[in-house]
Design a protein around this ligand. Structure first.
Ligand code: SAM
Length: 279
């Protein structure tokens, strides 16, 4: 039996049956358009050989489109009402036993996932999209690539090169793990309820080699946070705060790293930040 997708009317009926009114707090904007969920799965190049993890499956519209490819899915959902219903929805839509595993948990607290997933596909809850992405890149090194839907401003930041207007701490931290690109736009009209922000697809590929040790990552991220908290200030000033107030020590570190003390965070690449952390 082939897997069939959810229609708009069925999604609303499912929500009504569960007595679920979509909440902003959990970023519950459900995709009610089959073309859009298939577009996300196509952008992620999911095949039956992949093992997919989805964050926030909701009522299951994207989940079924991933399962339609034959790839097994582990879905992490914080809302217990939605998590409990998902297996029955999948079974009613032709998903074979064992293809879907539901983890009813906050994605930010998940530390183990069954099945060593290699692809992340998600329509992320907007208020926690960057923390969820960084958490998954950090805790699940088997994830090699993915496509996620996020708020347009967040997607532009994740994919921004150094020096661009929207380049910020999320851009540098994401670049620690790999390369990020914009992979398409999505109309507000495909959601229920219709959100008051635009959405984009963001694709990523994990770098083959790790950039450094865990200690180096923590130090790099602390310097990145300091550099972008004081966006207008020169790096020497931001770094001296991290080094306990010594401007001379900050200048010395920057010199050792080969970075001009007068540079600003937004001009530096992830490689520059890592050199500063090592220095
Ligand atoms: N994938 C579904 C779709 O495309 O229709 C729903 C996407 S909706 C934008 C986000 C989903 O993430 C909701 O189902 C919400 O309950 C869930 N969610 C919100 N915060 C979460 C968290 N911290 N961990 C796991 N799921 C979360």
């Amino acid at each position: 039996m082939p897997v069939t997708l959810l229609g708009a009317a069925e999604i609303r009926a499912l929500a009504a049956d569960l007595d679920v009114t979509p909440t902003k707090k959990l970023g519950q904007n459900f995709v009610v358009d089959a073309n859009t969920v298939r577009k996300i799965v196509t952008a992620a190049r999911v095949t039956s050989a992949d093992r997919v993890v989805e964050v926030g499956p909701g009522l299951g519209s994207l989940t079924l489109a991933i399962l339609e490819t034959g790839a097994p899915v582990t879905a992490v959902e914080i809302d217990h009402r939605l998590a409990e219903r998902l297996p029955a929805t999948a079974a009613a839509h032709g998903v074979p036993d064992g293809a879907l595993t539901v983890v009813a948990q906050d994605a930010l607290r998940v530390s183990e996932l069954p099945g060593d997933p290699d692809v992340l596909v998600a329509n992320l809850p907007y208020n926690v999209s960057v923390p969820v992405l960084l958490h998954f890149m950090e805790h699940f090194p088997t994830i090699q690539r993915g496509v996620v839907m996020v708020q347009a401003e967040v997607g532009e930041r994740l994919a921004a090169p150094s020096g661009s207007k929207v380049y910020g701490a999320p851009s540098v931290k994401a670049a620690w793990y790999g390369s990020w690109r914009l992979a398409g736009t999505v109309s507000r009209q495909v959601f229920w309820p219709v959100p008051n922000v635009d959405s984009v697809l963001v694709g990523f590929e994990r770098d083959a080699a790790a950039r450094g040790t865990e200690e180096e990552r923590l130090r790099t991220f602390a310097i990145v946070d300091a550099a972008f908290q004081q966006r207008r200030k020169m790096l020497r000033q931001a770094l001296s705060a991290v080094l306990g107030g010594s401007s001379a020590a900050a200048s010395e570190v920057l010199e050792r790293a080969g970075v001009a003390p007068t540079a600003r965070g937004e001009e530096l690449t992830i490689e520059d930040f890592v050199r500063i952390a090592r220095a």
